[in-house]
Ligand binder design. Structure first.
Ligand SMILES: NC(=O)c1ccc[n+]([C@@H]2O[C@H](COP(=O)([O-])OP(=O)(O)OC[C@H]3O[C@@H](n4cnc5c(N)ncnc54)[C@H](OP(=O)(O)O)[C@@H]3O)[C@@H](O)[C@H]2O)c1
Length: 385
């Protein structure tokens, strides 16, 4: 039996098998039981106070402080992958609600990119433009609002040298209607080399246009090179944004997670809820539509079911949804900041419930070992560059 305290007014009493016996709740942090005692016929687990106050964390070796969870804005305005290739006012209102609800719930780290909502895609609106608008509207009501914007440079083959980085950043800032952003990342490695781009990141810091710099989809080798190059200028490489979730654990296997931990680089986890496939919403009978349907096929979703069922079962012990469990699983890996994509206020509100508590070690490992039985999904090919 165990007692789990969720802040002052919240508690759960569990039986030995993990079943819930009694519960009182509101929202707040979790305190976990750790020591055991014998009480007449009952073997019980007593409580040692171990509150989880998530607060903010430093991004890598930079001075930038961000929330333990961010929100991804790829789908905002996008018509190339998300939104069934259409954007309209209803989706715009929903995206705005995702932004506002995130901030209302204290999640202030928002990830976008210059290529999200690309002008080359019919009917799209640039995600940076939308984010800039949302920030401006909120600032009018709340001038002291707290937000940390992360955006990205697209290493397109015709963009050469360090100047292209600062130029692209200035264009992003103009769409965002901001004078600086908190984090600027190289979206993927360049095919002709990366040294010029890394110099460009350093220039952006020195010009005061960004507080911190990072990379994305970088392998261990590229990460080490970028880290050393920036270090010579006294600039920390703060983050590497990679695909990481229960169903895509490559960073654990290809040295990227270990290297981030060793060098003090924060791993920002993208597609952390498997693009919706780990939320319990999709099933072999109800696969996602559009391009996602080609990755998360009926066949894939069939083999995913045992894992999703286990996630649901574990979530019931904590009164948490599958989405909250899988985000918590990532946060529990330490040095990982997941950035799930929210299309509306409900999704954003659900993310907030991933914070303030932790899965038990044995649950974390049980989920990992079930996930290992799955056939891997195909990732972004640039990771191998
Ligand atoms: N650096 C890179 O190369 C890279 C690549 C990919 C993504 N990213 C970043 O990472 C962010 C997140 O990744 P992602 O958008 O690919 O995948 P994700 O966060 O794993 O999945 C997001 C999708 O899951 C569904 N969803 C969200 N909350 C849900 C909930 N509570 N219940 C049920 N379904 C829910 C939504 O789609 P539906 O409602 O339509 O199901 C949503 O668009 C992106 O927005 C972007 O900022 C970066």
């Amino acid at each position: 039996m165990g007692l789990q305290l969720n802040g002052a007014a919240n508690w759960c009493l569990y039986g030995k098998n993990g079943s819930k016996i009694m519960k009182q709740e509101s929202r707040s942090m979790i305190i976990r039981a750790v020591t055991s005692f014998e009480d007449n016929n009952v073997t019980a687990t007593s409580v040692k106070m171990n509150p989880i106050d998530e607060g903010k964390i430093k991004l890598g070796g930079s001075d930038l402080e961000i929330t333990r969870l961010g929100v991804g804005a790829w789908s905002w305005g996008d018509t190339s992958y998300w939104n069934n290739f259409e954007w309209d006012d209803r989706k715009l209102k929903a995206a705005k609600a995702a932004f506002d609800t995130s901030l209302d719930n204290g999640i202030t780290f928002i990830d976008t990119a210059e290529v999200y909502g690309s002008r080359f895609s019919l009917g799209a609106i640039n995600s940076e433009t939308l984010l800039g608008r949302f920030i401006k509207e909120r600032k009018e009501k709340d001038p002291k609002m707290d937000v940390a914007v992360a955006t990205k440079f697209a290493a397109l083959p015709w963009r050469l040298g360090r100047e292209s980085v600062v130029k692209a950043l200035k264009d992003s800032l103009s769409r965002l209607e901001l004078s600086s952003v908190e984090l600027y990342q190289l979206h993927w490695p360049g095919i002709w080399g990366n040294e010029g781009y890394i110099d460009g990141l350093g220039d952006a810091v020195e010009k005061g246009l960004v507080k911190a710099v990072g990379v994305s989809n970088y392998s261990e080798k590229r990460l080490r090179d970028a880290y050393q190059q920036l270090k010579k200028r006294g600039i920390p490489l703060a983050s590497n944004q990679v695909n990481y979730s229960l169903i895509y654990r490559n960073p654990e296997e290809n040295g990227v997670k270990a290297t981030c931990d060793e060098l003090g680089i924060t791993l920002i986890a993208y597609s952390p809820i498997g693009q919706g496939s780990l939320t319990g919403k999709y099933s072999p009978e109800n696969p996602p539509s559009g391009p996602r349907g080609r990755i998360y096929t009926r066949e894939y979703l069939t083999q995913l079911q045992p894992l999703v069922n286990k996630i649901k079962e574990i979530g019931q012990n904590y009164d948490k949804t599958p989405t909250q469990v899988v985000l918590n699983w990532l946060i529990a890996q330490e040095n990982v900041v997941p950035i799930p994509g929210a299309k509306n206020g409900e999704q954003a509100a659900e993310f907030a419930g991933a914070l303030g508590w932790r899965l038990r070690g044995e649950e974390i490992e049980e989920l990992r070992s079930l996930a290992k039985e799955l056939k891997p999904i195909v990732g972004f090919p640039v990771e191998k560059l």
